[in-house]
Design a protein around this ligand. Structure first.
Ligand SMILES: *Cc1c(COP(=O)(O)O)cnc(C)c1O
Length: 369
């Protein structure tokens, strides 16, 4: 593995392949895989990740917004792309780039039909989203008749899938709630298919749903965090390989005398002689201020060096008093060990948040394949 000479997010494509295959090993042979590559593939660079997964014959991609789908098309992605949360203002471009919208209420359904009509589409693929308990986006069960009568009135669109999203698939103490959601989805989707007279695909599970509720895989599953190396439980984390490693280097070492302070607002006051290292990564790179003042840590020579004082925009200072290291040495923020999940836990955060927070300023590099 190359030693970092500047702050770098290293993306391990072999780990991505391993995670993809591990998820597939949990599925029946005919179950399709949708890879969620929103938010720059959870920070890992959507173009590279999507092109790699396309070569591995992934069935579908999903992004949150239309602009993210456009970026995939620009990068040569020809696999179907579901846009989870499109806004009507982008519908013309969405159609133009062959992206497939999730339609989640009457307003957006009507708006989409009217743009599909205006642009003279026939059977344009759309995905109908139902709310079964997350209470975020989606039609409700009593909307079914209304949607069906709209659909029977037009040949502009055709429902390619019916889907919903679980609220607590990773939390086994909520298993009975999740089972209620699964049953609700099952009932709604089956009634819906019967009424429209054809059978769209059905999908419900995110990564934790895939792992914890094999009875709910239906025709397709949607995996995000699993692809990037996290199983949302101690047991499952062992079966995944973190894809992203955030590395940096020591720019400068200081000896801080008793009574001196470090950083903005003099937030760290030295009570004894300490050795500090300044690292070129800050809150503008995604390491939020909440990691400062002893909460977060970096790893140097395998040892934890706590972040002292306030996180600056472009730098952090860490305590290396107990570590034998020099200027130019490599610094690990997270990766295979410690993982992003461990790193994030110091601020009560989760893997999802820290990996998607690493800003576009941080250089990405790729290993494996
Ligand atoms: C982000 C998202 C996913 C992916 O969830 P993971 O927990 O990362 O696997 C799946 N479905 C929907 C609707 C999402 O918004």
């Amino acid at each position: 593995m190359p030693k970092a000479q500047e702050t770098t997010l290293e993306i391990d494509l072999n780990a991505l392949k391993h995670n993809f295959e591990y998820i597939k090993s949990k599925l029946k042979a005919h179950t399709k895989v949708l890879a969620v590559v929103k938010a720059f593939a959870y920070g890992s660079d959507a173009n590279t990740v999507a092109n790699f997964l396309q070569k591995l014959n992934v069935d579908y991609f999903a992004v949150a917004y239309t602009s993210e789908g456009i970026a995939l098309r620009d990068a040569g992605i020809t696999t179907p792309v579901l846009v989870l949360h499109p806004q009507a203002v982008n519908f013309k471009t969405l159609i133009d780039r062959c992206l497939e919208p999730s339609l989640y209420n009457a307003k957006i359904l009507n708006e989409f039909i009217s743009i599909a009509t205006e642009t003279n589409q026939t059977d344009y693929p759309v995905h109908i989203k139902f709310n079964t308990g997350l209470n975020r986006l989606g039609f409700r069960e009593n909307d079914v008749n209304g949607i069906v009568s709209k659909l029977k009135d037009t040949n502009r669109i055709r429902v390619k899938s019916i889907f919903s999203h679980l609220a607590a698939s990773e939390d086994l103490s909520e298993a009975s709630f999740t089972k209620t959601q699964i049953n609700a989805f099952d009932t709604i989707a089956k009634a819906f298919s019967k009424k429209i007279g054809y059978e769209p695909m059905m999908h419900l599970c995110n990564t934790s749903g895939i792992l914890n509720y094999p009875q709910a895989h239906y025709n397709m599953v949607r995996t995000g965090i699993g692809l990037y190396g996290f199983g949302n439980s101690e047991k499952e984390d062992k079966n995944f390989k973190p894809v992203a490693t955030l590395k940096s280097v020591i720019s400068q070492i200081h000896h801080i005398q008793k009574g001196e302070t470090v950083g903005y607002n003099r937030a760290f006051k030295s009570e004894e002689l300490v050795r500090t290292a300044t690292i070129p990564i800050g809150h503008a790179d995604g390491i939020g201020r909440q990691y400062g003042n002893g909460k977060g840590f970096v790893t140097i020579e395998g040892k934890a060096a706590p972040i002292i004082g306030n996180v600056c925009m472009d730098m952090i200072m860490v305590d290396i008093t107990a570590i034998d290291c020099k200027e130019g040495d490599e610094v690990i923020l997270f990766g295979k060990q410690p993982t992003a999940s461990t790193f994030a836990s110091t601020t009560k955060s989760i893997s999802y948040e820290i990996i998607t927070a690493i800003s576009q300023r941080v250089k990405r590099c790729y290993i494996g394949n």
